[in-house]
Design a protein. Sequence first.
Length: 94
Amino acid sequence: MCRIYAEQQPLRYALTTRRLRLNGQSTSIRLENSFWQILDEIAASEGMTTPAFTSKLHSEVLELHGESANFSSVLRCTCLIYTERLAPVSIAAE
């Protein structure tokens, strides 16, 4: 049942830390490689670098909701939204 998930390469879920600036503050963000890959793709589709996209997203979240308790989670959910929009999940009516 879970074989398709269990057989994935460990490099996909290995953690990578990237240093970047959010609102002028230097910080580190640690995410799984799969999420960094998607963020790189999102940034490129917006004509931005990943640090620029991440900083812009942080600024917009800050403006809309105030400081995020867990910005890494915001980034992961951003990746989910992006992938859902690429291949929308259809929910069968019961």
